[in-house]
Design a protein around this ligand. Sequence first.
Ligand SMILES: Nc1nc2c(ncn2[C@@H]2O[C@H](COP(=O)(O)OP(=O)(O)OP(=O)(O)O)[C@@H](O)[C@H]2O)c(=O)[nH]1
Ligand SMILES: [Mg+2]
Length: 632
Amino acid sequence: MRVVGTAGHVDHGKSTLIAALTGTHPDRLKEEQAREMTIELGFGWLTLPNGEEIGIVDVPGHRDFIENMLSGIGGIDAALLVIAADESIMPQTREHLAILDLLQIPAGIIVLTKTDLAPDPAWLDLVETDIRAAVSGTVLDNAPILRVSAKTREGLDDLISRLGTLLESKPARLDLNRPRLPIDRVFSMSGFGTIVTGTLLDGHLALGDEVEIVPSGQRGRVRGLQTHKKKESTAVPGSRTAVNVSGIDTESVQRGEVVIHPGQYQPTRRLDARLRLLKDVSSSLKHNSEVKFFVGASEAVGMLRLLGTEELHPGEEGWVQLELRTPIVTVRGDRYILRRPSPSETLGGGVIVNHQPKGRHKRFDEKVLRSLESVMQGTPADVLFEAALALNIASLRDVVTRSRLEAADAETALKELLEAGSLIPLEEGPPAIVGDLLVITQPHWNALQDKTLQMVEGYHKNYPLRRGIPREELKSRLKLSSHAFNALIRKLITDHLLTDHSAFIAQPGHEISFDHSQQARVQGLMRKFEQNPYSPPSVKECEAEVGEEILNALIELKEFITVSSDVLFRRQDYDLMVARIKQEIQQKDSITLAETRTRFNTSRKYAQALLEHMDATGITTRDGDFRKLRRK
Ligand SMILES: Nc1nc2c(ncn2[C@@H]2O[C@H](COP(=O)(O)OP(=O)(O)OP(=O)(O)O)[C@@H](O)[C@H]2O)c(=O)[nH]1
Ligand SMILES: [Mg+2]
């Protein structure tokens, strides 16, 4: 599951675009409709051409509501930077772009909308030149610029298909088994109670789970789950999720709090971070400035301590420690934004390096600065894990090469990760750091295992009359190399999650079964075989009678034995014919085609097909007109 977010200047057509793409206008509030302006976050969803459903977060463009924008943009997988063709780049276009860049949003498309209002194509070319200059050096540097009009719908199909390709090329959200849902809306529904919504990260939530809302620390249970207005029994990472939490007062929950499994995250008020100040801020930032801090859907006011300098100038980076007035929930690696409270202005942002520093750091201390540097790099185990994450399935040699770790560090880190189960060998063998042994990280393994099992299950549902999914088809759908695919399937079979019928893969216990109407057709066909067991209907006639799927299933189930491309017999008739032929040869040393024909009162076609099949399966050999038993 993925979530896409909008960004861009006020009135540039974000909400209208979402309405055109999803069929639902994201502005729900009366005030929004009256003012034709987004104030709060809006939500929608759509289905991509590949069938994937994605959520959409619509944000306000007006500068007065930029803090609402920040509460919705944190968890997105891709951004649509919307620019009106008649106005081109405006102040909040730049500000939102800077925010997307500070948050390092992984993918994006620049949507040049309202093209129906552009005076001529040459104008659009000029606007595009300006856009290219503005996004240069940012996360959207190579993003496509698509020309659309939400009014005439021109370019919308292309936009959806480009969005599909873009997301397909990006890895899905990982399940790290520690869900967190930063709350961006809280409301109550009569008969249900408290409902909170947000983009679920880092793990899944299931019905009945005990949950904690932090930092307030209230406990409750998941009574209902919805993704895109559909009820679910589990919600997966990356999905827009609404959680009905029982046992909690709606009034006591705030936007910005986080739903978690009890005890998995601790609120904090002190953070170490790397900060980049935007190039175009109005003034430098001094030590001990008051700032507004935004992470996930939460915000907090705090003091900013500059650890290595008295003052940070526009465009500069530095190490900082934040002392927040109210606790928040975040982890190392999260990206954040800082704003000046007044006059309000987006200052910059960066990455959280430590969410639980031991204490207040001494300033201008080389040791502190060096340790922050190395914490940002991570321990050797972190570095090796990240290399493995980036490679998905890879040999240990490739993982270690990518990590650039020294051999001794790599050895220790590898041992640590294998023992913790964070890195999983896909095959048997010695875990040597220079070896070919394939490994996968635990979150990737969970995702791959789920995906594979779902594909097999889905195949059984779609083709209940087949033994299982053909190996080759599963391999190409999973887009894996032969080596990785074989290792994966072997592991799943060893773990009893799949079974192997040579060319087919199936769920253990899957059996071909016919429904009532299919059974009736099968019985009809069987009666025809009973009437003429030795001159039964041909393969073509059988197909016409019950269809190819059912006939194949009957062959799979060994109800029928196919002896040639056109002739098949019921198994019991086949067995009887073979037994009788063998008996006759034993008595007279051989049998001819003509004798076989007479014996079963059948035609040459059937007798010949049967005898040739017996030759081919090694029961008989042919000697001129005669068949003899093959010597063992
Ligand atoms: N002609 C034309 N008008 C458009 C198009 N898209 C949006 N508009 C109009 O532009 C105005 C603003 O559109 P919105 O979708 O509300 O803009 P927005 O970016 O969501 O605005 P905020 O949420 O307030 O930032 C509305 O009157 C729309 O009808 C378009 O493609 N062509
Ligand atoms: Mg809007």
